[in-house]
Design a binder for this molecule. Structure first.
Ligand SMILES: Cc1ncc(COP(=O)(O)O)c(C=O)c1O
Length: 422
């Protein structure tokens, strides 16, 4: 019996579904990984995979970058938690503020979930309003205010709106349609003066990967300004993904608050929410809005973040984008020889494949894609040593460590898989 199957039996007795985050689970059992290096993961049976999941996003440099390892080793010696401020947090914050100008002040948290939870509370306190506008399929973490018509695992596992969230909470969250400017205007027309904040993934990464209609984001900025609502860009996935900085810079939009996570922690647990001092100074102990965390800005994470951003600052995103284009063109060529519709959405270092539909520009389009076919292909690729994101409503990532050979190997595996799963 494969070691992963054996381990899965053990883990199923200990963890719900055998896992510590639902998206890690797939049938018949998830592979248990034991090591990683560059673009590769190695499972407990010693099998190697080209990894396009990359820890669900943080490892844009690939696994175990030498600079990251050095920084972590140094910090382990110096101390992993002080329970005091440290110089490291100033350094990382300065790097972020310099590359994302809308973030003048910030708080580090331990996850993207915490970041959006606090950003929402802060926006409510700042505007003295209760209503939050989010978008169908947008995932902002696993807290009550975000788990309403949410994406990612919430979509795959049939609980886009989780039981256990009181109706009093649900009734404070409006759900709009991403990339639908018309319906956005209607929502603001009806509720504009009650909306504390709109929270949006500027590029959707949790209903598959869906690019924004620039007009939609511009209109969202305009309507929030006109109505005295805050705009929160959830850049947990998009931060440092497409350039050294945030997607807001590419879109030419300045949100009031930004949340980040994943890449800025170099693979260690992190989140961040930030914006202008006027808003951030409402946070305790300066202001009345409470936010705290034993592990927030812990030295190990800060060191990992600094090392990662230092490398990224001098990394060639244009080269990464070219590598992704080669991969996407190869995948498209293989699919074009088949008999069905497909769509591949991609940008610089992120992509997703949709089967059975010719384009995916909205949440509804993503729902039309065959998630069953995706999972079949996922399993076919897995058996051939390629680890794609294990769900249709996730995003695949390319790292700076992926080589031409990795891409060639991926395309060979894809050709065989598509042939076999037809
Ligand atoms: C856009 C977005 N926001 C928030 C989160 C939550 O982050 P975390 O899993 O670190 O809590 C995620 C996680 O995937 C995300 O993709």
């Amino acid at each position: 019996m494969p070691r992963s199957e054996d381990l899965f039996r053990e883990s199923s007795a200990l963890f719900p579904g055998g896992v510590n985050s639902p998206v890690r689970r797939y049938d018949p059992y998830p592979k248990f990984m034991t090591s990683s290096s560059g673009s590769k993961l190695v499972d407990s049976d010693g099998k190697e995979y080209v990894d396009y999941c990359l820890g669900f996003g943080p490892m844009i440099l690939g696994h175990g970058h030498p600079e990251l390892r050095k920084a972590l080793q140094r910090q382990v010696e110096a101390g992993v938690i002080f329970g005091t401020p440290s110089e490291l947090e100033i350094k990382l914050a300065r790097m972020i503020s310099a590359s994302v100008p809308s973030i003048r002040k910030m708080r580090f948290t331990n996850s993207g979930t915490e970041a959006t939870m606090h950003a929402v509370r802060l926006a409510r306190a700042f505007t003295r309003r209760n209503i939050i506008l989010k978008f169908e399929g947008g995932y902002h973490g696993a807290h009550d205010y975000a788990l309403i018509k949410a994406g990612s695992g919430a979509l795959s596992f049939g609980a886009p709106s989780s039981p256990g969230i009181p109706e009093q909470v649900t009734s404070t969250v409006l759900v709009g349609r991403y990339n639908d400017t018309q319906s956005l205007r209607a929502i603001f027309h009806e509720h504009g003066n009650e909306i504390a904040a709109a929270i949006v993934e500027p590029v959707m990464g949790n209903a598959g990967f869906i690019l924004p209609d620039r007009e939609f984001l511009k209109e969202l900025r305009q309507l929030t300004l006109e109505n005295g609502s805050l705009l929160i860009f959830d850049e947990v996935i998009t931060g440092y993904r497409f350039k050294y900085g945030a997607y807001q810079d590419i879109a030419g939009i300045r949100p009031d608050l930004t949340t980040m996570g994943k890449i800025i922690g170099g693979g260690l647990p992190i989140g961040l929410f930030g914006g202008d001092s006027e808003i951030l100074d409402m946070i305790s102990p300066m202001g009345q809005v409470y936010e705290a965390g034993t592990f927030s800005a812990n030295p190990l994470t800060m060191a990992a973040g600094i090392a990662t951003l230092s490398v990224l600052e001098n990394s060639n995103y244009a080269g990464l984008s070219r590598a992704l284009n080669t991969l996407v063109e190869g995948l498209s060529e293989i699919l074009a020889k088949g008999d069905g519709d497909f769509a591949i959405n991609s940008l610089v270092s992120a992509f997703q494949i949709f089967f059975g539909t010719p384009r995916v520009e909205s949440y509804e389009d993503a729902m039309k894609a065959s998630s069953k076919r995706y999972l079949k292909v996922f399993r076919g690729m897995l058996s051939r040593g390629v680890y794609l994101a294990p769900g249709q409503y996730e995003t695949n990532f390319l790292s700076f460590s992926h080589s031409d050979e990795d891409i060639g190997r991926t395309l060979d595996a894809f050709r065989e898989t598509i042939h076999d799963t037809r």
